[in-house]
Write a protein that binds this ligand. Sequence first.
Ligand code: NAD
Length: 499
Amino acid sequence: MTREIQHFIDGKAFKGKSGQFGDIFNPNTGEVQARVQFATRDEVADAVAGAKKGQAIWAAMNPQRRARVLMKYKMMVEDQMEELAHLLSSEHGKVIADAKGDLIRGLEVIEFACGVPHLMKGEYTESAGPGIDVYSMRQPLGVVAGITPFNFPAMIPMWFMGMALSTGNAMILKPSEKDPSVPVRLAEIMIEAGLPEGVLQVVHGDKTAVDALIEHDDIKAVSFVGSSNIAHYIAQGCTKHAKRFQAMGGAKNHGIIMPDADMDQVVNDFLGAAYGSAGERCMALPVAVPVGKKTADEFVARIKAEAVNLRIGVSTDDTAHYGPVVSAAHRKTIENYIQMGIDEGAELLLDGRGFQLQGHEKGFFIGPTLFDHVKPGMQSYEEEIFGPVLQVVRADTLEEAAALPSNHQYGNGVAIFTRNGLAAREFAAKVNVGMVGINVPIPVPVAYHSFGGWKRSAFTDTNQYGTDGIRFFTKIKTVTQRWPTGDIGDQAFVIPTMN
Ligand code: NAD
């Protein structure tokens, strides 16, 4: 009997009745290890109804008590780190150390959210008029939805949980159907940490479940992370149904290598950022832009010599640099992009296609791939590949190099490697991209800043987490008050002003 992953509704496992399922693979072996239920519209509606009841209880709890649930949660997740990392790795395929990083980056947002009593404070003006005070308060939205991608099955659900729950909302989490077990465990632990039942519900599914959430009147906001076409679809759907949304999309991050960069650091950084997690990160660094022929020749020779020696292994092999990709279908997509690059005239220096790991021949492995002489306009450059494929685009000047990420359809992250502070400063100020690293290959901002790309990497008004997350998951109410003094004044038929 294939193991079945159920929904998690009102504090317990819920066996859905749709008869629709998604396969959960073990990417190391290629075998189906479980199947996940897909929710019907009615099941989504039941989850929302339960969440509405739970939210009323949760919102009435003071913010300090809500924060204490999150504090306990953080400790409980830390206590279960090994078990969670193994579970995550068994469905996603990322190596255990990286799976722990996925959990820890999520926990950092939970940690930030423990400061919610401070973060939700409103503003106050004493005597804004005669005997009149004005103050504002932040209130939760109600029930919100979080829809997450496969590549960070712990971090991204925890971004949403930290921000949405701490501010008094209930949340329906619709995790990726490819690796849903960790999101379910994370929700169970939240209830064990003291969250009232119903406040965090997990429904699994595909487009049907997502559409049901977008269209449901009691869902007040949708936070989404995934590919750009779906992010755009979410943005349009939420606009149509008049809800708030954050919809983060795909990426194609460039790393510009100046002639004065520390090449040892650059090569190290690119190895990890281009090939780590098999390139399945929205903040991966899959495009290198060396400036000048000398820099390019040195970079290409050195990265090729190092990349060819990367160790690809099963995700539990702690000597492996990276594991398999998430599915056979995704491996095929990556391989198609490699063929496209060849057909478009880029120079293939390392070909990861056909890589087989001895004893795991059916696993979804793909070796490190390296292209030189990639050019703007090539489809394999313009689109996101999301695999262990590094593309080198040569540039003659910093201006030419900087124009590449600025003009690209995606604008998630970008990095510049240089010792020239002035050049880096100007680049950071001018580049048309949301997150910039200066000698930092993966500039994912810390939890008390905020995460968000530009252009087709994010259809959104606010960033994820940080104070933007608090703004997104709360609405402001502003109160203008005065207390009777006995002087009732004149009747006023004109709008009150401060004149
Ligand atoms: P995806 O877009 O396929 O899926 C994301 C979510 O959308 C899943 O929950 C999925 O079930 C749902 N979904 C899929 N098809 C749908 C449809 N037709 N209608 C409604 N919902 C649908 O993305 P993925 O493959 O799981 O994740 C990888 C993508 O996510 C990459 O493009 C990556 O760059 C991006 N990503 C972006 C960020 C960011 O912050 N910008 C972070 C992580 C991942």
